[in-house]
Design a protein around this ligand. Sequence first.
Ligand code: ATP
Ligand code: MN
Length: 287
Amino acid sequence: MLAERFRRIRGLAWRVMDGIFENMWDYKFVPVEIISRDSNVEEHKVEKVLKSLSDEKLIELKQTEYLGGAFTFLGLSLYSLNRFVRKNIVTMLGKKMGEGKESMIYNCISKWGEAVIKFHKVGYPSFKKVREKRDYGDLHYTVLMVRSAKNEFNALKKLYGKVSVPKPYGWEGNAVLMELIDAKELYKVRLENPKDVFDYIIEEVREMWKLGIVHGDLSQFNILVNPEGIWFIDFPQAIDLNEVETDEELRMAEDILKRDVTNLVNYFNKTYRLNVDADRVIEEILH
Ligand code: ATP
Ligand code: MN
């Protein structure tokens, strides 16, 4: 369905979307005049394209003193896919692997072979957001999707090679392209050696902390397992300690780490009748 809609979009429409993408940080709804200026498409044509994209639910229009356009989730996702396609990074879109509240995941063929493309649907509240809000004022919700994708890509880049995460291939708009991992979520698997797996996971979480990353949503749903190993996924809300500026922010990051570890401890204690003390594990990680 996504691939089908993608094929129906014409060159002029992609240019209009370029104009929106370039200006979405500065205008909640990008004025026709600005789109026209940056895309080099005449204003009346921009208007026509915007209306047709709005009928297709790819663009949201707003008429105030001027007509302005913003992406919808679907529009931004198709546009982000197009950025990969025109750079010859993605060559074919495959099956939808999943769609939830927070993302839509597709299988695809990339320059590096089979891969996963994750389209981000939401933004995450964090201390950083509070700071940025002051700087940027009123943002359209699709900007937050772009920031989520960027945040996930940056965390994966920092971790890859040192911690077991999918290899990040690229980031465009709200989409992150990464290595396909052939494994199941931890909660779907019955482990034979739960204590070893738990210890290994904690070793990795400690390594992440040393590298300055706190996952922020760690649980049995965001760890993939197969007989060869485990992988951490789903990093849009990850915290980068290098961006922490105040003691209060550092305490918040520590609290999030504690929440992550507590989730894991609770899951392993309950599912495998382990008897792990969360506070002790947290101490081990922090010191
Ligand atoms: P949702 O709102 O759909 O739960 P999410 O924000 O939790 O999305 P992820 O956890 O990153 O997104 O991915 C959702 C699912 O897609 C994962 O549980 C996993 O099954 C699959 N998946 C994600 N990334 C990969 C990958 N690199 N390789 C294989 N499968 C993946
Ligand atoms: Mn997840």
